[in-house]
Design a protein around this ligand. Structure first.
Ligand code: SF4
Length: 421
């Protein structure tokens, strides 16, 4: 059944995690402070490898089919965490109990049920299959991870990636390293020069976010350990291997730019092939310049907004500002490096008129090559509270947002993953 002819009903959960459909209530969704029925074009069948969450301390809300009024149920609200390559277009609607805890750092999509299946408000934004693990059993992953650590017993970074990232965090990039395919992660830094509100590797003691899905790397690898992984991965991925510095289990890679430059230089000197990417906050222009000279291929710059003030509110940079981010991008572009923006997409904020204006200006002025549309992992209410004062007028919705980007920037690549170049 296509998304154009469906009207999903509400789903709710009991505290035991059982999920029920409520045929008498229609699913509603939320963009910012606005509650509405999902647009037909934003409903897709829940993709494989997505997850459903029940939302503690939050009562599910639906639209009564007969009265046309919103109804707060007694059951818990449910949200979907969409599989990679999908961008959420709306959040679920719920009524919070007074003692509702803050939601952990995941992305929460509106979900409903129709004709025997779940539907989520999301769009697929990348056709690359690199984070699809269908048909790969846990046993196969365990065997591959253990084989990797046996082969390189002295490499601490391999042990971290195989035993902690792949097996404990279930990190898709680390699983791919074990499986010898696509993009290999290269975390190197435990330091950071920002204090992003929803940092997934470290929160301050007084942060209302009580836990992070990952912990910071607790050692600094040597260049030889990094190069060993790159050479190993190059031997496995026969197409175009991708290697990415800047991972969820580390701080900001530019704070270790000399180490990265040493590893990249050594790898390239050995004839190392493939796309070397740096996921970064782009805070240190001189470091970016050094890495471009050392032989990186692409730079991905994360940001919640292209408005310097909204950027500062969320990322809380220490010792740099948006001017440095722009300078880093300009230097990378001048060096012929492929530059992506990693827009931390939040429905009802990112897809507003005002945000589009800021983003469009940045893309135009800097000659950005790609826009990656990844979900911001955060409790929706917490983000709206943090960003109070930055409301940007009407929300145009994700479909119109994407269409407008395509029209205004026909050469801009849209997607989710760092491309093999
Ligand atoms: S730049 Fe990355 S590591 Fe640093 S605080 Fe932000 S999310 Fe965390």
């Amino acid at each position: 059944m296509s998304g154009t002819s469906i009207r999903p009903c509400l789903v709710t959960a009991d505290p035991g995690g059982n999920i029920y459909d409520r045929p008498e209530l229609l699913m509603v969704c939320r963009r910012g402070d606005e509650t509405l029925l999902p647009k037909p074009e934003e409903l897709i069948p829940l993709p494989d490898e997505s997850e459903l969450f029940l939302l503690p301390g939050r009562r599910a809300v639906g639209l009564d089919r007969e009265s046309g009024e919103l109804k707060v149920t007694d059951e818990l609200a449910v949200a979907a965490f969409a599989a990679p390559a999908h961008t959420l277009t709306a959040h679920p609607v719920f009524a919070k109990d007074t003692d509702a805890p803050m939601l952990p750092l995941f992305a929460y999509g509106a979900v409903g049920f129709a004709a025997g299946r779940f539907y989520v408000c999301a769009r697929k934004v990348d056709t690359d299959p690199r984070q699809i693990f269908k048909g790969i059993s846990r046993k196969m992953l365990l065997d591959k991870a253990h084989a990797l650590t046996r082969r390189y017993p002295d490499n601490r970074l391999i042990r971290h990636l195989a035993c902690v990232c792949a097996l404990r965090y279930n990190c898709p990039a680390a699983r791919n390293l074990c499986l010898g395919r696509y993009e290999a992660p290269l975390p190197v830094s435990n330091a950071c020069n920002a204090r992003c509100i929803a940092c997934i590797s470290m929160q301050e003691k007084d942060s209302p976010v009580k836990s992070t899905p990952q912990n910071r790397l607790d050692f600094t690898p040597e260049a030889g350990e990094i190069v060993e992984i790159m050479l190993h991965h190059a031997g496995n991925e026969k197409k175009i291997p991708v290697y990415s510095f800047g991972q969820g289990c580390e701080g900001e890679p530019l704070t270790r730019f000399e180490l990265i430059a040493e590893a990249v230089g050594a790898f390239r000197a050995k004839g190392g092939r493939g796309t070397i990417n740096v996921n970064s906050n782009a805070s240190l222009p001189k470091a970016v310049e050094t890495l471009c000279r050392a032989g990186i291929s692409s730079l991905r710059v994360s940001l919640n907004s292209a408005d310097p003030l909204a950027y500062a509110r969320y990322h809380r940079p220490c010792g740099y500002g948006f001017a440095e981010v722009r300078e880093s991008i300009a230097l990378a572009k001048a060096a012929g490096i492929f530059v992506s923006l990693n827009l931390l997409f939040f429905p009802g904020f990112s897809d507003t008129e005002g945000e589009y204006e800021f983003l469009g200006s940045l893309i135009r002025e800097m000659g950005i090559d790609m826009l990656q549309l990844r979900n911001l992992n955060i409790d929706p209410d917490y983000y709206l509270e943090i960003m109070r004062g930055f409301e940007r007028g009407p929300c145009i919705g994700f479909a119109a947002f994407r269409k407008r980007l395509g029209k205004d920037f026909p050469r801009l690549r849209l997607g989710y993953f760092n491309p093999a170049l």
